[in-house]
Structures are given as C-alpha cells and as structure tokens.
Ligand binder design. Structure first.
Ligand SMILES: C[S@@+](CC[C@H](N)C(=O)[O-])C[C@H]1O[C@@H](n2cnc3c(N)ncnc32)[C@H](O)[C@@H]1O
Length: 259
C-alpha cells in the first residue's frame, strides 16, 4: 500500500466503507457489470488501467485476469487492506493506493481510467466532482478512455415515505447468519443529496448494525455539464451494461469519454 499526501477520511468513518467483510458479504450478487468492464478494457488503447474508488478489488480481479496492468485508488484504509489481501490470495500483481480521487497526482498516464458502481455519487458537490475530473484529465493521454457508471436517480425512490424498505439479504460470512438489510432515505432536492441509513437485522438481533451514508443524485443534464465544462468529449452515453444507448427510461447513465 502506497500512501499519497494526507487527506480527510472523516466522512467515511463509521460507514459501510470501514467494514470490508460486511461490504463483500452484502454485495455477493454484484457481478452484472463485469463483462461490461472487460469489454471496455478491450476498447482501450492499452492495458494500463486506473480504477477510481476501487473498493475491495471486486473489479480489479477480473480485469487483471484479462491482462490489465492495474492501479486502484481507494480512500478507505480498511478497504485497501482487504483488497490487498484478496489480490495476494490470487497471487495478483497490482497497485492499490490509499488516496482521495479529488486529490490524485500519480505523475503518470493510463490507457483506461474508470469509476464504476455508483462511486461517482460520493462526490457530493460540484467542487468535488470538478476536482476529481481535473485529476482524471492529468492522468490521461490523448487516446485514454475515461468511463463513469452511475444510476439515473428515480423520483419514485427519492420521494418515498421516510419509512424502512427492504434492500437485500445476505449470509454473514463470520456468523453464518442470514442478514436482512432495510433502508430509510431522506432526499433534499435543493442540494441533490440523499441521506441513507441501512439497518442490518439478524434472526437474533434487530438493528444489529446501523450505517449511514450520503450520495448526491446526479441527473444526466448535470453530468453533461460537468463533463463538458471540465474539457471532456462524451464519445458515447449508454443506458445499460449491454452497450444499449441511453434512453429516457434508462436506469443507468454510463459515459465513455476522451479529453
Ligand atoms: C459503491 S463502492 C464501489 C467500490 C468498487 N468500485 C466496486 O465496484 O465494488 C464506493 C467506493 O468509493 C470509495 N470512495 C468514496 N469516496 C472516495 C474518494 N473521495 N476517494 C477515493 N475513494 C472513495 C468508498 O470508500 C467505496 O469503496
């Protein structure tokens, strides 16, 4: 693990991003984007890859198997440790750097830079998004592909009553218990910020764990503005991981950009 200059991780303390075992357990089902990222790697002009907000190496492992020369940036020290453990278990050679994607300066360029699985939504203000996009540009050469994958905010979810809704179920790998996750979210349409609380319930304990996290809801018009103002050209805007073009009713907004 290579530490960049100091940065503030206080906003991620006591969130799911300090609990890598739980994160890996609860996202056991998240495999629907892997083929997409492998195809994106094939489209890139080379195999040198930088993943922003890289988590616990969920996408690193399949991409390295496809020949990626991989670097991941991740703010959570606990997630970095978990990622390194998984990579060494698979005997994979990759760089995992604890760092903030708003302050990145690696002094090198990559063939593919990407931020997957809604991680861009953790950039809560325009300033955060612009700082990140500026860093991305510094790490691009003229043919680099930059790809963002986020969901399209759905008003039916944003304006739900502030009561608990079921989100997912998983088996906790430490206890073997079936854990059911419920969610309450509170959306502020002025700031676009969605404050989300997840409640983890096991057969023996209601609210065994409670985590809060915050996401900004980015609508396509805001994404277009931020990308274009930051000097990117949007080569393609997709609405699904199967490369279908974006449409009014798409659930995802996926931007394939160059600078
Ligand atoms: C939804 S998870 C996705 C993780 C991984 N990309 C995946 O696909 O499984 C979001 C990740 O973004 C990281 N993150 C959020 N803000 C960050 C920042 N400013 N710099 C670096 N990582 C950040 C979190 O710690 C978390 O690991």
């Amino acid at each position: 693990m290579n530490n960049q200059k100091p940065f503030d991780i206080s906003e991620f303390k006591n969130t799911i991003y300090s609990d890598p075992q739980r994160y890996d357990d609860e996202y056991w089902w998240k495999t629907d984007d892997m083929e997409f990222w492998k195809k994106i790697l094939e489209m890139a002009p080379g195999k040198k890859v930088l993943e922003l907000a890289a988590g616990t190496a969920r996408l690193a492992i399949p991409l390295i198997r496809e020949g990626a020369k991989y670097t991941g940036i991740e703010i959570s020290p606990e997630f970095c440790k978990q990622a390194e453990k998984k990579l060494s278990h698979h005997k994979m050679d990759a760089m995992f750097i604890q760092g903030d994607i708003r302050e990145l300066d690696l002094n090198e360029t990559f063939d593919l830079i990407f931020i997957g699985f809604n991680s861009f939504l953790h950039l809560l203000k325009d300033d955060d998004a612009e700082a990140c996009l500026k860093c991305v540009k510094k790490h691009m050469h003229k043919d680099t592909l930059f790809v963002i994958d986020i969901f399209v905010p759905n008003p039916l979810f944003l304006y739900r009553p502030e009561t608990r809704f079921p989100v997912m179920e998983y088996i906790d790998s430490l206890t073997g218990e079936l854990t059911k996750v419920e969610e309450i979210s509170v959306y502020d349409s002025d700031s676009g910020i969605n404050k989300i609380t997840w409640f983890y319930n096991t057969p023996s304990q209601t609210d065994d764990k409670i985590y809060n996290f915050t996401m900004r809801m980015y609508f396509p018009d805001t994404m277009n503005r931020l990308l274009i103002d930051s000097g990117f050209t949007i080569q393609k805007m997709l609405g699904k991981h199967d490369f279908t073009d974006f449409q009014e009713d798409s659930e995802l907004q996926i931007y394939i950009c160059k600078k």
